[in-house]
Design a protein around this ligand. Structure first.
Ligand code: SF4
Length: 385
């Protein structure tokens, strides 16, 4: 059976870049389309201020993983991205062998930018491919087309990236199983080191959310969505990718260490507007609003909007439902070492119910989702909330 994957030891830093060319129809991430270059440049300077404040307050030490997400980080000019990474290097530093990831929209990269990122230390690129189908990409409101994915991918390889993830989405309106299989085939032909396949979540407040509320969004339906998920699992397994999380697949040794931090419920620090942190038993989220974010930093304050102190019960529950996302599941001995209690005793009632319906199982000292439980993970997670 698959073993639990150890995260890189040390702090994980997430940096949110909340800018996009325009809003995709399904997107509920905090991102502001159409911002002027000056706003984005000022944001980079604000990030450096926040880093200095965070370092003074917590001195987290050299990062084990850094992840620049968004938004569209690659919308920033190369020189500004270099400045952000330079500020990380100067303020916290990173460990030898650290994983430095960046999300990239295929419509926003060129050779110069990719080379600048590589030179600045980025060693993992996550390309938001989403679909190899121009009609679907257009319907999603994406700025890129199928050809841009190929272009970005090959430019990234030439710039020296040897750890590339492709993100794909299934369950899209109008998507057929044949179209999804074709997308998988094209993605696999590129031979990325990592693939993430997500089912579409239609969120309130998005363009598609409004259409769905009005009954005007034709979604594939549960059965077809499940068939798409299983098709992805089969194709990826056959191509040598190991599934290590509900939506994530990697060639051996290419699991995303930054994301493992979240799934193992280990501490992380988030920088930038809307970024979340979980550190020393507290969880907080920065202001979403760029003006509030900036005003706090100008006053020499951390831009935190909400701060919660996590109870031991909350920490245990999060460790359970985040850990169950991993195919290896929750390491029961690690849980006992961390909380001083046996998860099987704390959650005896919930687990009895889940065992009875065959959604979880205990194997090799781990509690994990069964084959049946994998596509029904949300049903399992609510038991621990
Ligand atoms: S590029 Fe990503 S963050 Fe930006 S609007 Fe589209 S889905 Fe959202």
């Amino acid at each position: 059976m698959q073993k639990e994957l150890p995260p890189r030891v040390g702090p994980a830093l997430y940096i949110h870049i909340p800018f996009c060319v325009r809003k995709c129809h399904y997107c509920d991430f905090v991102s502001y389309p159409g911002q002027a270059p000056g706003v984005m440049a000022a944001y980079g300077r604000d990030l450096a201020k926040e880093m200095a404040l965070v370092d003074t307050r917590w001195q987290p030490g050299p990062a084990a993983t850094v992840y620049l997400g968004g938004g569209t980080p690659t919308l920033l000019p190369g020189v500004e991205l270099e400045a952000v990474l330079g500020a990380v290097a100067r303020t916290f530093g990173w460990q030898s062998g650290a994983e430095i990831s960046m999300e990239a929209n295929p419509g926003t990269v060129d050779t110069a930018k990719l080379q600048a990122l590589r030179a600045a230390g980025v060693n993992r690129l996550s390309l938001g491919a989403q679909a190899f189908d121009d009609a679907l990409l257009k319907a999603m409101g994406r700025i890129h087309r199928r050809q841009d994915i190929y272009q970005a991918y090959h430019l990234a390889r030439r710039a020296g990236f040897n750890n590339i993830n492709l993100d794909l989405i299934f369950g899209l309106p109008g998507q057929t199983l044949a179209s999804w299989r074709a997308t998988l085939k094209e993605a696999l032909a590129l031979q990325p080191e990592h693939m993430a396949v997500y089912s579409l979540q239609v969120e309130e407040g998005t363009f598609w959310g409004d259409l769905a509320a009005a009954g005007e969004l034709a979604l594939p339906g549960e059965e077809l969505e499940l068939a798409m998920y299983q098709a992805a699992r089969e194709r990826l397994a056959a191509a040598g990718y190991q599934q290590y999380e509900i939506s994530n697949f990697a060639r051996p040794g290419y699991e995303c260490h930054h994301n493992l931090t979240y799934w193992l419920n280990h501490p992380y620090l988030g920088l930038g507007a809307a970024a979340a942190s979980s550190w020393q038993g507290r969880r907080w989220r920065n202001y979403d609003d760029l003006g509030q974010y900036r005003a706090a930093l100008s006053a020499g304050l951390l831009p935190r909007a909400e701060i919660d102190t996590l109870t031991r019960h909350q920490q245990m529950a999060e460790t359970m439902f985040m850990g169950l996302r991993l195919i290896a599941g929750v390491d029961l001995e690690a849980f006992r070492r961390r909380f001083g209690v046996d998860a099987r005793v704390v959650y005896a009632r919930e687990l009895t119910r889940l065992y009875q319906v065959g959604l979880v199982e205990e194997r090799g000292g781990h509690l994990r989702l069964t084959e049946k439980g994998l596509p029904l993970a949300n049903v399992v997670f609510v038991e621990f909330v």
